[in-house]
Design a protein around this ligand. Structure first.
Ligand SMILES: C[S@@+](CC[C@H](N)C(=O)[O-])C[C@H]1O[C@@H](n2cnc3c(N)ncnc32)[C@H](O)[C@@H]1O
Length: 421
């Protein structure tokens, strides 16, 4: 009887929504098509072993992403210093003029006394865990070494993009960052509008966001004066409501404990306020501006925005307060895992922007296998990465929506629509 009770307990503990490893049968053909030579003929056991090691390697990249965010804070943050922000194109001259040194000194001082500034508290713990507490003589050099690494990587990435004439694979060894902005949500909003117009997506009762991110420091504009926030779950809720496509339960899938903890703490609140600062000198298109002006107007309420710091000029801002939608948050690595969902629990829509770019074609194909397994028949994946064609999977690229965010320089996205057969 005890044995039976234990077995029953185990069964009920593994609820339908627990992450499970990618089933071997679903990716066998992907191994043949895209795996590195040593894995092409892997059996289920060898693939499972590779997959576990991959999961660890991917999660380890989060720390490097955090160190990249530290570099962005050093160059562009405004909350810990009264010095002006640095500019990527004038970095050499500004460094010779002493700006980098002054900002580094201010950052170290602030890290020694972080108060309640959550970005500084986090970086202080990160640096200390790496053996470089802010009070140590070596820490300034450690931060500068990371700056140098990030700059070298930037050059290497640009060279690889120029050489390859496309960006696939170029981010596959970089740190995984959490950074996020409002703009990809404008892209997704536009794609949803297109899907609705073509009557391809009648309604959304269950949606998932893979990797919603956390707004630590905006590297274009240097915004770090308000509490960290996540945008994508609220943006999606707002878009779907505005388009009359439903008010779904939204499942967050992410590997970052910081993102998952943030979502879990948001879930326990009755409302969630989002600050929407915008660099008013950036030449956003009229349609992108319109999206910014109307962000939240379907699902949230306009509230007073936090004042912007004096050393952050040219900022237009607003703020909106959302009711908290029904949110689940699950630790899941989309390259290696999927949720075991009953047919009725599967998603009508999965959003994955600025995440699959971190992976090469083989890992992207595995992620596509996992996403397709969680989608309802006829459901859509919207992503701003063009993924490899995988004939063995029951999901196809149907079309795309091109969006332009700003003119001069032209910045935009293609949002690809993948539909589950
Ligand atoms: C750069 S942020 C993108 C944020 C947001 N989607 C956007 O477009 O602004 C990448 C996000 O993906 C998550 N992520 C990266 N690799 C992942 C993986 N293999 N599985 C699940 N989440 C992942 C990161 O933790 C982070 O939340």
């Amino acid at each position: 009887v005890r044995l039976l009770a234990t077995a029953l307990l185990c069964i009920s503990a593994a609820s339908a929504a627990d992450p499970v490893p990618t089933p071997y049968a679903s990716i066998r053909a992907i191994l043949q098509q895209l795996a590195p030579p040593e894995l092409k003929s892997a059996d289920a056991q060898a693939f499972a072993k590779w997959s576990r090691a991959k999961d660890q390697a991917i999660r380890a990249r989060l720390e490097q992403g955090d160190l990249d965010s530290m570099v962005n804070l050093l160059l562009f943050g405004t909350a810990f210093t009264t010095q002006p922000r640095m500019t990527i194109n004038n970095l050499g001259a500004e460094t010779r003029a002493g700006l980098l040194r002054a900002r580094l000194d201010d950052l170290l001082k602030a890290l020694n006394n972080p108060g309640t500034n959550e970005r500084l508290v986090f970086l202080r713990a990160l640096l200390t865990s790496k053996g470089h507490p802010p009070s140590a003589a070596s820490t300034g050099q450690f931060i500068l070494d990371n700056l140098q690494r990030v700059l070298k990587e930037k050059v290497a990435i640009n060279e690889r993009i120029d050489a390859a004439k496309d960006s696939s694979n170029v981010f596959s060894e970089r740190g995984v960052s959490l950074d996020t902005t409002i703009l990809p949500n404008y892209g997704v909003d536009t794609a949803l509008r297109d899907l609705k117009e073509r009557k391809l997506l009648p309604s959304v009762t269950r949606a998932a966001i893979v990797g919603p991110g956390l707004d630590f420091i905006d590297k274009e504009s240097g915004f770090d004066y308000y509490p960290q926030q996540t945008l994508q779950p609220f943006a999606l809720f707002d878009s779907l409501k505005r388009l009359d496509l439903g008010t779904p339960r939204i499942t967050i899938l992410d590997i970052s404990p910081r993102v998952l903890d943030h979502i879990k703490s948001a879930r326990s609140r009755t409302s969630y306020t989002i600050q929407l600062p915008r660099n008013s000198t950036a030449q956003w298109t009229p349609a992108a501006l319109d999206y910014w002006r109307n962000f939240g107007n379907a699902a949230a309420q306009e509230v007073e925005a936090m004042p912007t710091p004096a050393n952050l000029p040219n900022v237009a801002t607003r703020a909106v307060r959302f009711p908290v939608p029904t949110l689940d948050a699950t630790d899941l690595n989309i390259v290696d895992q999927q949720l075991a969902l009953e047919t009725t629990e599967k998603f009508d829509l999965v959003i994955a922007t600025n995440i699959l770019v971190y992976y090469g074609p083989f890992e992207q194909a595995l992620a596509l296998a996992n996403i397709s397994a969680m989608l309802k028949s006829g459901g859509f994946l919207l992503t701003n990465d063009r993924l490899p064609e995988v004939p063995s999977l029951p999901i196809r690229l149907l079309n795309l929506t091109n969006v332009v965010y700003s003119e001069q320089p032209t910045v935009g996205d293609s949002i690809y629509w993948y539909r589950r057969d």
